[in-house]
Design a protein around this ligand. Structure first.
Ligand SMILES: [Zn+2]
Length: 199
């Protein structure tokens, strides 16, 4: 018997260890996410939204009038599921290196790609100057986004501020993708001006 066959048997024995077999019931598939073990679109939606469901931060995200595709991109950034090299590697997708494609000075994580990398950092600085913000110290996506939600401000004001954040993140993503798949140099002013116009 090959080693891998032994390994599989050992793994199976570990999985069934301590479990009591149930007889006289036909095998069937079980959807464990739903409350009643039955599959439903609602349960998939809840699974995808994860622990953030109902979070006020996401309420302001979905309240903006940005395009749904743009909202989804930023939502993925906030829950760290956007396709960066670090995340692709974590999912078992083969990448030649996890080093940032732009600066080649750090691993390409979500926070690096959108907030720490020189390109993103320069775009954000233009945005801060435009909005009258001195700076935002946080590079964690959620903390950064929350800086664009003003305390005690009317909902409509925060929707506008959230919209600015969303389009800047989205434009950074779009231009970085363009650079990765089509080559060329990223024009920082263009990234910000497009974001500004959309906002
Ligand atoms: Zn970088």
């Amino acid at each position: 018997m090959f080693d891998w066959e032994i390994c599989q048997e050992v793994q199976l024995l570990q999985e069934v260890h301590g479990k009591t077999p149930v007889f006289n019931i036909e095998d069937s598939r079980v959807w464990k996410v739903g409350k009643d073990s039955g599959y439903s679109v609602k349960s998939v939606y809840a699974l995808l939204r994860g622990p953030f469901e109902g979070n006020s931060m996401f309420v302001s995200l979905w309240k903006t009038t940005d395009l749904p595709s743009t909202q989804v991109t930023t939502w993925k950034v906030l829950i760290n599921s956007i396709a960066t090299k670090v995340n692709l590697e974590r999912r078992g997708v083969l990448v030649d290196t996890n080093i940032c494609s732009f600066c080649r000075m750090a691993v390409e994580s979500t926070k690096h790609m959108f907030f720490e990398c020189k390109i993103a950092w320069l775009v954000w600085n233009q945005c801060y100057a435009w909005m009258g913000i001195t700076s935002v110290d946080h590079v964690d996506p959620v903390s950064h986004f929350l800086h664009f939600n003003l305390l005690n401000a009317p909902v409509q004001v925060n929707v506008v501020w959230s919209s600015v954040w969303i389009v800047v993140v989205s434009e950074i993503r779009k231009h970085m993708n363009k650079h990765i798949f089509q080559g060329g140099v990223i024009n920082l002013s263009e990234v910000f001006i497009v974001a500004q116009l959309k906002a």
